[in-house]
Design a binder for this molecule. Structure first.
Ligand code: CA
Ligand code: CA
Length: 1019
């Protein structure tokens, strides 16, 4: 044991030495490579005691040290793990230093050693030594000491580069690793360093195991991977011995690489292996810590054919004549629960030599602009000669597979079956698996509602029969975070909080899970443009991908609902929420609604991998706003178009809004508690799904339920003044049963009873993937609408050294891109307009100045309204730029500086007064978190604009509102329910109405400053 007094003395002396060294030692050699010694394996000829190991000299901790026995010679050597070109060594001596020593390198642990530095006049302190040498091992060899003690180093730091390479280092593989963002598990993790952090492509996040052996991390590729290279990017805590293994089943493993000389750093390994799983299995650690990987990457190819149906045709409607021969198996309406590859068979047709098999598999490439149910679109998946077919892929869980067979012009009957083969969750939630099902009520046996092999209606009926009146009523309410029996949870919540609430719901008497839904209406984590901006892009295939992206992000953490999309057609300029709608073309609105609903569901119906869409606001608030919907018997047809489309896409949740309807319920209440307005949905549109009200005060809940609403949106059972007993007493039991039946049905369809959870540990690392950001960027680009481009000011033609000014309140506004709880994500690198123009300008050598500059070549002026939701930022009746924003434009104009206006336009503005003052106008809408980069790319001509206005822009405010008027029907000069009528004559309005009445697309008319659909294609 060291003598305590000496130790204190030495520590004090060393601190003094370090302080002096800091002022006296010259700056390190400029060309030093990175630090390559820290955390590596160090060994020494001796140690003074157990508290001064060799490793203490390479641990990066200035308060721990290696110290040798008090004798000569002594050495300490570091295994760098691979051959390095060493260019600098830094020695931080404790008071007991070396007077004479050498630095030596070697390719092998035992030498021979080559001297790269030598001295006989060492004075201790901190020595920064420029050296040249190559080797895997580096040694300090001391022959004379400065004191009577031994040799003692606080730190032994070696700098260099991987000059020599190693025989196992292949060239870097190109492209994205096939492991990126895949499912991953590990033997353990610590400190929040989840396994998925090693697959997220970010070298700032890492997986770290517990401090024990062995430990493993295993990637599930979801299909067979052929792996030719593995890259292990180790944190300081690396494996000195480990193996890489593949497996087809996650149980039996084949070693494809092993080493007992792991070197840490970045190990790039040429391997050859196949399997669905790849794992790193560590058996020895280089440090006292665990195993820690910044990144674990596999390269090669991935075969997804085992999970992907062959698409041998486009999405196809069945022939007009069917039923000409019989299908044999599966039985009609069968539940397939034992295989994902059920044998399909049919009766032979005389003379037939081949048969074509058609199934309504889920696709991403439907024609979303076409009417008709998506679930009735079939794909040819095989042509066979016999009378049976076994799918070549694992069929995903779906409730309504439909199929038929054709031979020549002869077509079988159409039958249906479902496939449900759930993976039961294994979260420690107190719910055990009994007889292959979750024992939700924890009574040791499986009741019908717990048995996923039972038909959904059987499960619904069984569960309903077990519920008390109070339990039923809670299913119609929100606030599950406080009331675990509530059926619904208002999101978005943090992943851990949501998980905790889900655990609480599993602990209720019957274990009924809730659905979490929030106002993340244009993206859960990755935020895409609002729907009105998407209506400028009109790329419905892209809309599907955006919905699908949102679905994937939500499933990661178990958020299974969303309070969107909107099926509204924006025909009233002064409706603040026109920004959330789809523009004024009902057919565009319909296509977008179909695409977003299908994307959120991941197919043409609600299934166990879906997010539940909430289509709103019934019965079409675009025709008047949240106060009153004014359409009549003709124009209602126009506003119903996107709601019908939502149903065709399989939507099963619709939200009535606050507005009443002067047509459907004259003088009556808002839609949520109006029986006639809800009856119109059920009876005239044939809607069978769930009705969730908008957020109503508690005094309206009984009335809403009695009127036919099934779920009280946002409703808190603990609201002051409310009692559940009064709700139960006030709403007929049959009405409650009707509502709860729909709620439960949807939860069974979502597969929540088998797996209510997401992955709060790993899921967040799979948010905001680069491919997701790219989709948001594409959508924003395609929305950007170039209204004018006088003198071809765009794209900017600038020389290196030119100055551009970026001005206006929206240039640095991080929230103007977005509304509700879809956000700008600075933490993921989202850029404001100024940020983005600055970084794009830097590429061109252009100076980008915020605010103003003496003689800029051009001014980019970012104006419009900041973020808002229910109420506009400006006075609602003033949909035009305020004086300060206008002055910015005119100020630059007056100085002869070309002005490009970037217009954040969430609703139609009157821009007539300054239209001529702008050389170019780019409408950005609320373009999502990539709005800044998308704008910058447009300005510099990286792509050509294609966006088209989703609304007419009024020429005069008086085309919207009587002068001095307010936002009431009596003061309106446009028809709130008609599209394309700004500045229109009575005759033009008559034409619009007759077109709508006849089911024709109305033709844009009137006298707007910019017509619906305006926008330059190209510059
Ligand atoms: Ca990482
Ligand atoms: Ca049970």
């Amino acid at each position: 044991m060291p003598a305590p007094p000496r130790r204190r003395l030495l520590v004090a002396g060393a601190i003094l030495t370090l302080l002096l060294a800091g002022t006296l030692v010259a700056t390190p050699a400029a060309a030093a490579g990175p630090l390559i010694s820290q955390g590596k394996t160090a060994t020494a000829s001796s140690v003074e005691n157990a508290g001064t190991p060799a490793s203490a000299a390479v641990d990066g901790n200035a308060g721990t040290r290696w110290s040798s026995a008090f004798a000569d010679p002594q050495w300490i050597q570091i295994d760098l793990g691979a051959s390095y070109a060493v260019d600098q060594v830094e020695l931080v001596w404790e008071t007991a230093a070396a007077r004479s020593f050498e630095l030596q390198v070697s390719a092998a642990a035992g030498g021979p050693w080559q001297s790269i530095y030598s001295t006989t006049t060492g004075a201790g302190g901190t020595q920064t030594l420029a050296v040249t040498g190559t080797g895997r091992y580096i040694r300090l060899y001391g022959t004379a000491r400065t004191t009577g003690y031994g040799y003692s180093l606080w730190e032994f730091r070696v700098f260099g580069t991987t000059g020599g390479g190693g025989p196992t280092d292949p060239p870097p593989a190109g492209g994205t690793p096939i492991s990126a963002f895949k499912n991953v598990t590990a033997s353990s993790y610590e400190g929040g360093n989840a396994p998925a952090a090693a697959l997220d492509g970010r070298t700032t996040t890492r997986w770290s195991s517990l401090f024990a052996d062995p430990q493993w991390i295993s990637i599930d590729f979801g299909g067979t991977a052929s792996i030719n290279q593995v890259v292990l990017n180790w944190e300081g805590a690396y494996a000195s011995a480990y193996r890489l293994e593949t497996s087809t089943n996650g149980t039996t493993w084949t070693t494809i690489y092993s080493t007992a000389a792991g070197r840490g750093g970045v190990e790039r390994l040429a391997v050859s292996g196949t399997g669905r799983f790849l794992r790193m299995y560590g058996t020895a650690r280089a440090t006292g810590y665990g195993y820690s990987l910044w990144e674990f990457q596999a390269f090669g190819t991935l075969d997804t054919s085992a999970t992907t149906p062959p698409l041998l045709s486009g999405p196809t409607r069945p022939p007009g004549t069917t039923g000409q021969f019989a299908l044999t198996a599966p039985a009609d309406a069968a539940m397939v629960t034992t295989t994902r590859r059920p044998v399909l068979s049919w009766a032979a047709v005389g003379g037939a030599t081949s048969y074509q098999v058609w199934i309504n598999v889920s696709r991403t490439d439907y024609d979303f602009s076409a009417s008709g149910n998506l679930i009735d679109l079939y794909t040819r998946v095989a042509t066979v000669t016999g009378t049976s077919y076994t799918p070549s892929w694992d069929m995903a869980d779906r409730w309504t597979y439909k199929w038929y067979v054709t031979t020549g012009s002869t077509t079988s009957t159409i039958r249906r079956f479902s496939v449900y083969v759930p993976t039961l969750e294994t979260v420690a939630d107190g719910v055990n698996i009994v007889a292959g099902a979750r024992d939700l009520d924890r009574n040791g046996s499986i009741q019908p509602y717990e048995d996923w092999r039972q038909p959904i209606e059987t499960r619904v009926n069984d569960l309903l029969g077990r519920m008390t009146a109070e339990e039923k009523a809670y299913q119609m309410f929100y606030n599950a975070q406080a009331f675990p029996r509530s059926g619904w949870h208002f999101g978005p919540a943090g992943a851990a909080d949501l998980h905790a609430a889900l655990l609480d719901s599993s602990g209720t008497r019957l274990g009924i899970p809730f659905v979490s839904a929030g106002d993340t209406i244009h993206g859960y984590q990755t935020t895409y443009p609002t729907q009105s901006a998407l209506a400028a892009a009109r790329n419905y295939a892209l809309d599907y991908k955006l919905g699908d992206m949102q679905r994937r992000e939500q499933l990661e953490v178990g958020t299974r609902g969303v309070l969107g999309p909107l099926a509204e057609v924006g025909t009233k300029v002064l409706y603040p929420r026109i920004q959330e709608g789809n523009g004024e073309n009902a057919y565009v609105a319909a296509a977008q609604t179909r695409a977003l609903v299908a994307g959120l569901q991941g197919g043409p119906e609600l299934n166990p991998a879906s997010v539940l869409a909430t289509v709103k606001h019934w019965p079409g608030e675009g025709a008047g706003g949240e106060a009153l919907i004014v359409y009549d018997g003709v124009t209602i047809k126009y506003h119903m178009i996107p709601f019908r489309a939502a149903m065709e896409a399989g939507a099963v949740n619709i939200m009535p809004g606050y507005a009443g309807s002067s047509l459907l319920d004259p003088g009556g209440p808002g839609a949520g508690d109006s029986a006639p307005i809800l009856a119109y949905l059920r009876q005239n549109l044939g809607y069978q799904g769930l009705i969730t009200t908008d957020w109503l005060p508690w005094g309206s809940w009984i009335g809403a339920a009695r009127a036919g609403s099934d779920v009280m949106g946002g409703a808190d059972p603990g609201a002051v003044g409310f009692s559940m007993a009064s709700f139960i007493a006030g709403v007929p039991a049959a009405r409650i049963d009707d509502a709860v039946r729909r709620v439960l049905r949807i939860k069974f369809q979502l597969g929540l009873f088998e797996n209510p959870y997401g992955d709060p540990v790993n899921g967040p690392y799979r948010m905001h993937q680069p491919s997701y950001t790219a989709l948001a960027n594409q959508a924003s680009r395609e929305a950007m609408t170039l209204l004018k481009n006088d003198g071809a000011v765009l794209p900017l033609r600038l020389a290196a050294g030119d100055t551009v000014v970026v001005a206006g309140p929206r240039a640095t506004d991080t929230s103007a891109c977005c509304i509700w709880t879809s956000y700008f994500h600075q933490e993921y690198g989202s850029q404001t307009m100024l940020d983005a123009i600055r970084s794009r300008g830097a590429q061109a050598g252009v100076n980008v100045v915020s605010g103003d500059a003496p003689n800029p070549k051009v001014a980019i002026v970012a104006v419009g309204e900041g973020s808002y939701t229910h109420g506009t930022q400006w006075v609602k009746e003033q949909p035009y730029l305020p004086p300060d924003q206008l002055a910015l434009i005119r100020g630059f104009r007056a100085r002869g500086i070309p002005v490009v206006v970037a217009l954040v336009m969430p609703r139609p503005y009157v821009i007539t007064d300054w239209n001529a003052d702008a050389n170019a106008i780019v409408v950005t809408y609320r373009g999502g978190e990539e709005m800044g980069p998308a704008l910058a790319s447009l300005l510099f001509g990286d792509y050509a604009p294609t966006g088209k206005l989703p609304w007419q822009l009024p020429r005069l405010l008086s085309d919207v509102l009587r002068p001095g008027g307010s936002d009431v029907l009596a003061d309106a000069t446009e028809a709130w329910d008609l599209p394309y009528d700004l500045g229109a004559t009575a005759a033009q309005r008559t034409t619009l109405r007759s077109q709508i009445d006849a089911g024709q697309q109305p033709t844009p008319t009137g006298n707007p400053l910019y017509q619906y659909g305006a926008g330059r294609t190209g510059f």
